[in-house]
Design a binder for this molecule. Sequence first.
Ligand code: PBG
Length: 313
Amino acid sequence: MLKNLKIDSLIYPYFVTAGEGQKQAIDLFPGVYRFSSDTLLEEISQIRELGLRRILFFAVTDKKDATGSHADRPNNFFVRAIKEIKDTFPDLSVITDVCLCAYTSHGHCGILKAQSAKGKTQSVLLDQGLTLERLSQIALSHARAGADWVAPSAMAKGQVHAIRAALDKNGYSRTKILGYSAKFASSFYGPFRNACASAPRFANRSSYQLDYQGSRKALQEIADDIKEGADTVMVKPALAYLDVIREAKEKFAFPLAAYNVSAEYVLVKLGAREGLFSERKMVSEIISSIKRAGADYIITYHAKDIAKWLKEN
Ligand code: PBG
């Protein structure tokens, strides 16, 4: 099973929270925790033993306001954790999520235009200028902490270009960008939003995430991100979007990641727990399908289990 899978093609996501000694279980998200930096360091030394080298970090905080001001506050808990991890394990490839949804009181991924902020509209509008400014500052704070890659996930127009410019201007031209290029407005993000308490408090994300009924716009977004300077592009979620992964790979022949997102993972975990199927076989089939479709990298919460299984083989 998964014989041809290279462990280096897997990216393992972690949720980072403030405090000490934290390893908080998350409701209906089995095997996934919110770690504080100290427990995270122990955890990471374990997964390094298993051969995992690429990690994606998300911040979880209850310090929320309208502009997500905590996100790039100097030396905030997230930036400190990244720095500690990179100082301890310089060989890790550290990728940080760059978004505002975990930090905003309204739960949206950017700064809202005034009329949207009142919460009366069905679909909200992001203020592009302010959002790009904030995302660039956040990306810069992660780069300063030692992130190898920043991964803007807000789906704000021009985010890759703005972040690339800010990084270059400040001497971080070696920090790479993983663009969440084709990110669909999806029901598959439920457990993730529980983990970060980042569900929108009103309206939904359909004004800035993609409609799943078509793929043309997704391919356009990928083309835009490549033009704006992304080093790797992404399709997210993965399973219901294998056609988009395939099309993107064929059309662009560019490094491509697919995000096997939280509900895709939880469905497998819960089904296996109920004895509906073998978890190992199911994960093997799913990961193989994402690879077969054309993904070079797979971001997956199954990564640690897969790494263990590969060791046992
Ligand atoms: C948004 C973001 C989301 C995920 C990662 N970053 C989704 C969202 O809330 O719109 C979801 C990942 C998952 O479900 O595993 N910044």
